[in-house]
Design a protein around this ligand. Sequence first.
Ligand code: BTN
Length: 240
Amino acid sequence: MVLPRVDSTNDYLKQQLAKVEPVPEGTVIMAEEQYAGRGQADNVWVADAGKNLTCSILLNPSFITPEKQFILNKAVSTGINDALYKIIGSDLKIKWPNDIYVKNKKIGGVLIENIISGYAIKHTIVGIGINVNQAHFPTDLKNVTSMLQILHKNYSITELLKDFCKAIENRYVQARNGMMEQIDEAYLRNLYGLHEELTFDVGGNKVRGTIVGVTARGLLEVNINGGRRSFANKEIAFVM
Ligand code: BTN
């Protein structure tokens, strides 16, 4: 379904789930414009109307327990990577946990919201924002880019959405069939900064470290001063 204007496609899908009528798995809501788009960590997601891909997909991954929910982040980000790689090539990276980068600039992001019931994930709302045909960004948005800025041409947002849905579905089916090695391999192969020495902010201190992996629970593993440490999303930031 394509909505001309909505607060947030994630919130719209959540409201649909609260209604009596069941919402089928695989439902996709796309918006031409979001006026209250949300990003990770309570950030806002700003995208010019009609120029970018903003959508949410409903999954019902009852085969994944809440402790293993990072599987979904990996399946979704590798799916997006699969689809975009065909257009952008090897400059495309997944920046932990699930940002989509081209070189050192963010081209898209994913907001995964799980609705947990007992020991299972009942619903997952996969919110995807990709900067497509936007030529300019507000000056306070640092390190941001779009497909137009990189490739100097416009892309059909509905065609991109179709490609993303297919690619994410393929990765989701792999996850459901227990083929995690394939997903893990693709996630790590495309991970921004893997095995590179980078600067991080850890608790307000700048430290040099090398990303060596991501744990099954989604913690970033970094070698710092010869010791391996694991960090949750709020505990470490990349210094770009
Ligand atoms: C991030 O990188 O912080 C995640 C951004 C996710 C943005 C998308 S746009 C469609 C969906 N609806 C929202 O309100 N957010 C997600």
